[in-house]
Design a protein. Structure first.
Length: 379
């Protein structure tokens, strides 16, 4: 590639060939294994979607029951990992606790047997099962509580929401949370999935891979944006202040959190579904004071930046949904991670089936034949 053709951020550069998901950024289309996100959100659930992403087919009822049973069996986390988490500072961000805890799983399951389908399945089950429990455990321990144990009478999504919100979920709330997990499960080669693939390409263990991906997801330009959106809406404070706020942000060239996307140049199809979920929750449980501000900001950004393809992305309305579900703000990105583990694992499995270590090249802009300057002669 010539220096002229080079674009930072690997823009437009294919990193792999994959059959897991598809995005059309102009049409606003997202498909998992060829099935539209709208159909999966309406008819499927997260565990079934995770199975579809990882093994490439929708499970039979028997396969899904077996998958759920295995996950239920592995939901608890080792006491030693819980004791390790007790040493983490209460002020720490849950994404950092999750990254450390996910990596720690490798201490217990470090043997690598990547040729063995049973090893792959065991890692998939353990990570899908334990990631939610680890997020909840840290949240509760830093509040001085004993970690709530997953309940055997609740399904996967209900249990996640119960552990994160510390209350038995209303059926509508649990269903909406399940849809949120499906919406966040996979999205082709985003930064955290690319991170997972690069780590996977060295044939290391899946726990190190998930720890890499969690660390990448946490940044404010990626999964960390959902938390930033709420802070932004709180800063705006009123519908009347939306325009002045936006003008100030545009003048300072600062990014508007929850807007823009490397691929979507229309409203993210997931944002459309999440906005509908928010409205369902508001109808049953009362309106969120920031929703009207969010809608006004979306309208004004469309006026100012729509011509440049800058519209709401998945992180724009998700925070308003999670607030209404009773999830603490600093757990919004860990919720994203709970869902995206499915996509990261799907790409891990696909990567090791066709593996070659990632080793890109560069465009060198430095000097050559530079003489070594002795210390005494340095200024
Ligand atoms: C996710 O990739 C994925 O699929 C990610 C994700 C997934 O499911 O995995 O969809 C999840 O990460 C969603 C994105 C969450 N992040 C944010 O909401 C943070 C705010 N958004 C921006 O930082 C930005 O839009 C990105 C990071 C999402 C995309 O970055 P790009 O493609 O590198 O775009 P860019 O920063 O080069 O911007 C291009 C132009 C710039 O203007 P110029 O310098 O050319 O004049 O568009 C402008 C930008 O200033 N722009 C914005 C903007 N996003 C882009 N201007 C104001 N506000 C914004 N949000």
């Amino acid at each position: 590639m010539s220096a002229d053709a080079y674009k930072p951020g690997l823009e437009g550069v294919p990193a792999t060939q994959s059959s897991i998901s598809f995005v059309d950024g102009k049409q606003g289309i997202l498909e998992y294994r060829g099935i539209s996100i709208e159909e999966l959100a309406a008819k499927s659930n997260f565990l079934e979607t995770a199975y579809l992403l990882i093994w490439g087919v929708l499970p039979t009822q028997e396969e899904l029951d077996e998958f759920e049973h295995e996950i239920r069996f592995h939901r608890r986390i080792k006491y030693r990992i819980r004791d390790m988490m007790k040493c983490f500072p209460e002020s720490g961000h849950p994404m950092d606790a999750l990254q450390a805890s996910a990596a720690a799983l490798g201490l217990f399951y470090s043997r690598r047997d990547l040729e063995n389908p049973a090893y792959i399945r065991a890692a998939v089950v353990r990570l899908l099962a334990k990631i939610p429990t680890m997020v909840a455990a840290f949240q509760l321990m830093r509040k001085g509580n004993d970690p709530v144990q997953p309940r055997d009478d609740l399904g996967y999504a209900d249990n996640c929401l119960y552990m994160l919100s510390e209350q038995k979920p209303d059926p509508l709330a649990a269903r909406i949370f399940d849809v949120c997990l499906t919406l966040h499960a996979e999205h082709t080669i985003n930064a955290s999935t690319f991170s997972a693939m690069v780590t996977a390409s060295t044939l290391t263990d899946p726990y190190a891979i998930i720890a890499s991906a969690v660390g990448t997801l946490g940044g404010p330009l990626h999964g960390g944006a959902n938390e930033e959106v709420i802070a932004m809406l709180e800063e705006i404070g009123s519908v009347e202040n939306v325009r002045p706020f936006l003008q100030q942000r545009l003048q300072s060239k600062a990014k508007i959190m929850g807007f823009g996307h490397r691929v979507y140049k229309v409203k993210d199809p997931r944002a459309i579904i999440l906005q509908g979920l928010a409205e369902q929750l508001f109808e049953k449980f009362g309106r969120d004071q920031y929703y009207d501000i969010a809608v006004e900001l979306e309208n004004v950004v469309a006026e100012e930046l729509g011509h440049r393809g800058i519209y709401p992305n998945v992180d724009y309305y998700s925070g308003l949904v999670y607030r209404k579900l009773g999830i603490p703000t600093d757990l919004f990105t860990p919720v994203f991670a709970i869902a995206r583990v499915a996509g990261w694992l799907a790409h891990w499995k696909e990567q090791i089936e066709q593996n070659r270590i990632f080793r890109p090249t560069q465009i060198y802009t430095g000097q050559h034949n530079v003489a070594y300057t002795p210390m005494a002669e340095r200024l």
